[in-house]
Write a protein that binds this ligand. Structure first.
Ligand code: GDP
Ligand code: MG
Length: 206
C-alpha cells in the first residue's frame, strides 16, 4: 500500500544478529515480502528492508472504585476505561551481508537501532552457545535501552533439534529478553516476533 508506506507515526530500526546460516535473511524476507528461499545465498544481502504495520497498545485506566469501563473515547473524569491506541510503525530491519561470519559487523550497523532480533538455529547447538557472544556485542555497541528478542529459528526441524525450547527460554529469561521459537520456512512466529519487539519499543517511548 503506497499511501501507508509513506505515512507513519514512528520509524524503528531493528537489527538482525546471530551466526551465519541461522536464517536471518529468510526471517527478513518472510516478514517483509512473505518469501522464503531454501538455498543459502549468504553473500547476497540487502542492507535493510522495511514494512509498515499497525502496532497497538492497550492502556487500562481505573476509576476510584477500581472498576474499568470500556470506551474508545478519552475520558478525563473519574471514570475507569480501557483505551486501545494504534500507531503506524515503519519497521526498518537491517540484515548483515555475511559479515557475521568474520565477526566484522561495524558499529554503523547498530547505530540508532531500537530493537534487535538475536537468532540461533535450534538444530545447531553452537549457534545457541554463541548467542551469548552476540548479546555481549549488542550490549557493547548498541544503545543500552535496545529491546532484544531471542529467536530459536528452524522450529520446523524438530527431528534435528539440539537445543530444547526450555534451554532457549531460560537463557532469555536470565538475560531479560523475550523469547520465541520461529520458523521462517513455515512462517511461524515471525509476525509475532516482530510485533512483540515493536510493541515493546512503542511502550517504552510513549
Ligand atoms: P543467515 O546466514 O542467518 O542469513 O541465514 P539464511 O537466511 O541465509 O538461511 C540459511 C539456510 O537456512 C538457508 O538454506 C535457508 O533456506 C535455511 N533456513 C532459514 N530459515 C529456516 C527455517 O525456518 N527452517 C528451515 N528448515 N530452514 C531455514
Ligand atoms: Mg544472511
Amino acid at each position: 500500500n503506497h499511501r501507508l508506506d509513506n505515512e507513519y507515526d514512528y520509524l524503528f530500526k531493528i537489527v538482525l544478529i546471530g551466526d551465519s546460516g541461522v536464517g536471518k535473511s529468510n526471517i527478513l524476507s518472510r516478514f517483509t515480502r512473505n518469501e522464503f528461499c531454501l538455498e543459502s545465498k549468504s553473500t547476497i544481502g540487502v542492507e535493510f528492508a522495511t514494512r509498515t504495520l499497525q502496532v497497538i497498545r492497550v492502556r487500562v485506566f481505573r476509576n476510584l472504585l477500581g472498576t474499568v469501563h470500556i470506551s474508545d473515547q478519552f475520558n478525563s473524569g473519574n471514570v475507569g476505561f480501557i483505551r486501545v491506541e494504534g500507531k503506524t510503525v515503519k519497521a526498518q530491519i537491517w540484515d548483515t551481508a555475511g559479515q557475521e561470519r568474520y565477526r566484522a559487523i561495524t558499529s554503523a550497523y547498530y547505530r540508532g537501532a531500537v530493537g534487535a532480533l538475536l537468532v540461533y538455529d535450534i538444530t545447531k547447538r553452537q549457534t545457541f552457545e554463541n548467542s551469548l557472544r552476540w548479546l555481549r556485542e549488542l550490549r557493547d555497541h548498541a544503545d543500552s535501552n535496545i529491546v532484544i528478542m531471542m529467536a530459536g529459528n528452524k522450529s520446523d526441524l524438530n527431528h534435528l533439534r539440539s537445543v530444547a525450547d526450555e534451554d532457549g527460554r531460560s537463557l532469555a529469561e536470565k538475560e531479560g529478553l523475550s523469547f520465541l521459537e520461529t520458523s521462517a520456512l513455515e512462517a511461524s512466529n515471525i509476525e509475532k516476533a516482530f510485533q512483540t519487539i515493536l510493541s515493546e519499543i512503542y511502550h517504552i517511548i510513549s
